[in-house]
Write a protein that binds this ligand. Structure first.
Ligand code: GMT
Length: 379
């Protein structure tokens, strides 16, 4: 084994969403350190840039035959992983989001002869445990996938504890926090973004608009903000709860102040224009959006629920409110938006905290060490 040139496979969600973004950024960072990285996914992952040295992407194309109700994507992916491992002598397979990716990788491993059996690392991201894995229909397979991984990581201490409580595993879980490359957020010039209105406070929410994100709370908080000042709300992302948030905005008579822009790839360009981010989730196992906002020096209002409390220090690098407490969230938002000095202070402390604990320089070596230790143990 050459620890400076590992051959690593990654499977993850290709669509927008934290786990796919983290997996992609991890792959890119590993490749820039000289490792060879092979993605296997149903599409090119959302943030994967073209023509990057040491990065390869293999797309899964399942058969679509009328007898089958659904194209057997998971089985096709297991076959593809086995092929990629064989062709490229992959040593580590890193599955992001336990279900289906860890169980698919286990099937691939099972298909391979003993000399090609790779080490499976599974990273838990949050809803794979709290919602999907905890569902009775998937509990057993989730537990099996974790028990049979060579190592498991969780993106926060909270998620690690939740998983231990829910699954009583016989093996340890390592906490490795999510990360960003702080230099990405130090843009010299603001890129012009046509839909942003001039001379208005810009409030943003970024998510996949799932129920857990409580997007209608964003609208209700914003209504209270817009009663006090000229402001525009930018809703970034797509998902099933978009419709209800539009409904609430219409009911409250503020739809003309809310702009839905769908997914946006270069989030750093957008964040440079934001005065405040509102993420009122039911829980966040980590809160990658908050991390990216903090890296850009933008204050975040989030909830006292889940691993995001390990990222945001309440009152210093953002504000944490009770889930559903619209009043307090609005008060905090108005306080920040009226007080430039406070906004700047929170922004500066956030940038420092990100550099100190959540930068690629801090986190990447933790993954490399885990890979090397796991390979050594499983030789
Ligand atoms: O937020 C989501 O529902 C998407 C989900 C994902 O897996 O794509 O996000 C989870 O993973 C992110 C990356 O590790 C975390 O930053 C998010 O906090 C986590 N979401 C939840 O726990 C709700």
């Amino acid at each position: 084994m050459n620890p400076k040139h590992l051959k690593i496979g990654i499977s993850c969600h290709a669509s927008t969403g934290g786990s796919g973004i983290v997996a992609t950024e991890l792959g890119l960072a590993l490749a820039s350190r000289g490792h060879e990285v092979h993605f296997v996914a149903n599409n090119i992952p959302f943030r994967l840039r073209d023509n990057i040295k040491n990065v390869f992407c293999h797309i899964v194309e399942p058969i679509n035959y009328p007898v089958l109700n659904h194209p057997p994507y998971h089985l096709a992916m297991a076959s593809r992983i086995a092929e990629v491992v064989e062709e490229h002598s992959i040593q580590i397979w890193h599955a992001h989001y336990a279900i289906p990716y860890a169980s698919i990788a286990l099937l691939a491993k099972d298909m391979l002869p003993s000399e090609l059996k790779f080490c499976l690392i599974t990273t838990l991201h949050g809803t794979d445990i709290t919602i999907v894995g905890a569902d009775p229909s998937l509990y057993r397979v989730t537990k099996y996938a974790m028990e049979n991984s060579c190592a498991i990581t969780a993106v926060s201490e909270w998620l690690k504890q939740e998983t231990e409580r829910e699954f009583q595993l016989s093996k340890s879980i390592y906490t490795i926090y999510n990360f960003v490359d702080p230099s990405r957020f130090k843009l010299k010039n603001k890129v012009h973004i046509p839909f942003l209105e001039k001379n208005k406070k810009i409030v943003m929410h970024i998510s996949n608009f799932r129920a857990v994100k409580r997007v209608t709370d964003v609208i209700r908080v914003f209504k209270k903000i817009s009663d006090k000042m000229d402001a525009q709300l930018i809703m970034v992302g797509e998902g099933p709860e978009k419709v209800s948030s539009v409904g609430v905005a219409r009911q409250l008579g503020i739809l003309n102040k809310v702009k839905y822009i769908g997914n946006y790839q270069n989030i750093e360009e957008l964040l440079l224009h934001a005065d405040l981010i509102i993420q009122p989730s039911e829980h966040e196992s980590f809160g990658l959006v908050a991390l990216e906002a903090m890296a850009a020096g933008v204050p975040v209002i989030a909830t006292k629920s889940g691993g995001i409390q390990e990222l945001i220090i309440d009152g210093e690098t953002g504000f944490l409110c009770e889930v559903g407490d619209i009043e307090t969230m609005a008060d905090r938002a108005i306080q920040i938006l009226f007080d430039k000095k406070l906004q700047k202070e929170i922004g500066e402390k956030s940038i420092d905290r990100v550099k100190k604990y959540f930068s690629v320089e801090k986190i990447l070596p933790q993954y490399e060490e885990l890979y090397i230790n796991t390979l050594t143990k499983n030789r």
